[in-house]
Ligand binder design. Structure first.
Ligand SMILES: O=C(O)CCC(=O)C(=O)O
Length: 265
């Protein structure tokens, strides 16, 4: 059941903004990197809270996603490796306060004075541990979400350095604008890399390196992928998803199951 979110209205943090050129680049490419959006004080507060909660429920495990490289069964080594700390916004503290910082940028990207944070999707700290992490194949986040129209933007905050070797994100620029032939997808709705059009698009993909405190905004329809973490340190990223006033979760679906948080920008 969709619960009216009216009582959860939060003021935007007006310190963050983007230029017209950045907005145009986002429309064209489907992503925008904003360096140092989390200042050092905010970043260390978020990182301290995340470190303190690394073992706290609710969480999703690598074994639950079952991606290539993940432990297969509960008796496998690494079976208890976390993949995501869930319900991030409800964890309060710095993790929650952060949600207001990207909101004015989302407002500009979606051309909507009000923006809504979905607690039903992402709303998590992505954890990527050495040894037992997995590969995320090429996908659009929106594939299993139900919003009309399906315009959402993720804000991915890097708590540490993100590179190819620790499983940082790759994207296919402009793929959020594709009119996609369903034959290009496999049964899990991942891009089938054997399809010639997909192979060419994957060749043109780019790695998005991030520094601690950088925020990556990307459209939920943008194809992205990431490998497992081949370093010795865990990679941590705080991820929220937002939509504007013209988009609503479809009643009766998982996307409408949790209250949304409204930001007036
Ligand atoms: O960190 C990764 O492997 C990518 C995660 C991702 O794209 C997702 O959960 O939608």
């Amino acid at each position: 059941m969709y619960v009216s979110p009216i009582q959860l209205v939060v003021e935007c943090n007006h310190m963050s903004d983007i230029s017209t050129q950045e907005r145009q680049r986002f429309d064209r490419d489907g992503y925008l990197r904003v360096s140092g959006l989390a200042d050092p004080t905010m970043l260390s507060a978020i990182s301290a809270q995340v470190s303190a909660e690394l073992a706290s429920q609710p969480m999703e495990l690598e074994i639950d996603v079952g991606y290539p490289g993940a432990p297969r069964s509960e008796s496998d080594r690494g079976a208890s490796t976390p993949r995501r700390l869930l319900a991030a916004y409800a964890r309060d503290g710095a993790i929650q306060s952060w949600a207001g910082v990207p909101a004015p940028i989302i407002s500009r990207l979606l051309d909507s004075p009000t923006v809504w944070l979905s607690q039903a999707h992402h709303n998590c700290v992505m954890t990527k541990y050495p040894s037992y992490s997995s590969d995320t194949l090429w996908h659009q986040d929106i594939r299993f979400w139900a919003f009309e129209p399906p315009h959402l933007v993720n804000c991915w905050l890097a708590l540490g350095t993100e590179r190819e070797e620790n499983g940082g994100l790759r994207v296919i620029p402009g793929s959020h604008r594709w009119k996609l032939d369903p034959e290009r997808l496999d049964q899990g709705c991942f891009l089938d890399p054997r399809h010639p059009e997909n192979a060419a698009a994957i060749d043109a993909s780019i790695q998005l390196d991030l520094e601690p405190g950088d925020a990556l905004f990307f459209h939920a329809g943008l194809f992205h992928a990431a490998t497992r973490n081949r370093t010795d340190s865990v990679k941590l990223s705080l991820v929220y998803s937002y939509h504007g006033a013209g988009t609503r979760p479809v009643p009766g679906t998982r996307s409408a199951a949790l209250e949304e948080i409204r930001f007036d920008c």
